[in-house]
Ligand binder design. Structure first.
Ligand code: NAP
Length: 291
């Protein structure tokens, strides 16, 4: 069994980006600029945005942060997005999800200029991804593709089973794994909560990608020997022995599944750090398109 080490790989990727930024500076060019909009005070969302800003600082990007009260109306939020759409100093920006319940998430995503949508959530970018055109890929599936590529995990002709069909992870993952390229060229089965006898599919899979958010859902008896296991799940579970009072759990019963797997991602330290690095890559792509 070999570990797909997202911490090591994301450091390498950030280092590559940092060197590029240094070379832009040496050439007298401006540096890439990422923005983040946060609505409200949710602790987890705050941490995600802080980490995005920290990553920008590390690689030498400029960053901007806009923190808005959770009482803001949808119209006011969209007006702020329009301002950022029109700001030529900003290469790309994200609106941290989830949004307060009174705001229509679809309307907000649709308001972002697709050329600045570095999260890759706008329908135009999703469509381009499905058509295998160059675009901003959603960061988590993008990070998994990058990981499979850099670790040279064979995917062509393999049977990939994805568990979960969300718009940000499972569904785009299934599209990317079936694309005509490397990584890709997999035969893909997309499963979800209505799938009957899910283990029937996972037992036949060469690659299983879990993105459902149910701790330790995938057990060793649900996979075949030598399968590649990619665990996207991150769930906080109570842990009185930890100073924080919780620990992060993946969707895979790691201790038992690792005995049968050929490659496996840990949680934490697998897909999560790759997701962070891919937002930086998308910002770099936006910058290069703008120049
Ligand atoms: P989501 O929007 O809640 O989607 C979950 C999907 O899993 C749905 O399609 C659901 O099916 C399916 N599902 C739920 N229970 C199931 C079951 N028992 N059997 C089969 N399918 C089941 O979640 P998400 O946003 O995709 O996130 C999934 C997990 O990944 C969460 O733990 C999240 O925290 C984590 N995550 C991690 C990263 C990272 O960077 N590592 C990034 C994003 C998300 P239905 O469609 O039928 O409801």
């Amino acid at each position: 069994m070999q570990i797909l080490d997202g911490i090591k790989l994301s450091k390498e990727i950030k280092q590559e980006i940092k060197l590029k930024v240094e070379s832009y500076k040496e050439q007298g060019k401006r540096v890439p600029h990422l923005g983040a909009i946060l609505v409200g005070n949710d602790g987890a969302s705050r941490t995600y945005v802080d980490n995005k800003i920290k990553d920008c600082n590390y690689v030498g990007f400029e960053s901007s942060e806009l923190i808005l009260e959770d009482t803001i109306t949808q119209e006011e939020l969209i007006a702020k997005i329009q301002e950022w759409n029109n700001d030529s100093n900003l290469d790309g920006f994200i609106v941290q999800l989830p949004l307060p319940k009174h705001i229509d998430q679809e309307a907000v995503i649709n308001a972002i200029d697709p050329n600045k949508d570095v999260d890759g959530f706008h329908p135009m970018n999703f469509g381009k991804m499905a058509l295998e055109m160059e675009t901003f890929l959603p960061a988590t599936p993008y990070g998994i593709m990058e990981m499979l590529e850099r670790y040279k995990v064979p995917t062509a002709g393999k049977h990939t089973v994805v568990i979960g069909r969300s718009r940000i992870v499972g569904r785009p993952m299934s599209i990317l794994m079936s694309k005509n390229g490397n990584p890709g060229n997999s035969t893909v089965t997309l499963t979800h909560s209505k799938t009957e006898d899910l283990a029937k599919y996972t037992k036949e899979a060469d690659i299983v990608i879990t993105a459902l958010g149910v701790p330790e859902f995938l057990k060793a008896d649900m996979i075949k020997d030598g399968a590649v296991i990619v665990d996207v799940g991150i769930t906080r579970v109570d842990d009185p022995t930890s100073p924080k009072g919780y620990k992060l759990a993946g969707d895979v019963d790691f201790e038992n599944v690792k005995e049968k797997a050929s490659w496996i991602t840990p949680v934490p330290g697998g897909v999560g750090p790759m997701t962070r690095a891919m937002l930086l890559k998308n910002t770099l792509l936006a910058y290069n398109k703008n120049n």
